[in-house]
Design a protein around this ligand. Structure first.
Ligand code: HBI
Length: 102
């Protein structure tokens, strides 16, 4: 679905972005992007998380920017096609958080 993606407008930022910022997501310095750090019990758990996010990302055709070392993952979400945050970033962020059992 190549529907033109636009960046989130101000009201969308208040309604769908803001709640994420209170669940550990933060705006990335100098970018219209959000990022979050996850820590798992071990690499096996971390990579399992990455695997599930990767499959979702490919299904969405929307891919994360991420870094992994052992049990830690730093994930950054932004939409390259519109150089900013779009609804796809919100969807993928929420998906990531559904995978975490706290
Ligand atoms: N992932 N984060 C992100 N942003 C994009 O704009 C994007 C993507 N994955 C695939 C994709 N765009 C394709 O639609 C384009 O590369 C053609």
């Amino acid at each position: 679905q190549k529907a033109f993606l636009s960046t989130l407008n101000e009201s969308e930022r208040q309604t769908v972005l803001k709640p994420l910022l209170s669940t550990g997501w933060a705006m990335t310095e100098g970018r219209d992007a959000i990022q979050k750090n996850y820590q798992f019990t071990d690499f096996n758990q971390a990579f399992g998380f990455m695997t599930r996010v990767a499959l979702k990302a490919d299904k969405m055709d929307h891919h994360p920017e991420w870094f992994n070392v052992y049990n830690r993952i730093e994930i950054t979400l932004s939409t390259h096609d519109c150089q900013g945050l779009s609804k796809r970033d919100i969807e993928l962020a929420k998906f990531c958080d559904t995978l975490i059992k706290n």
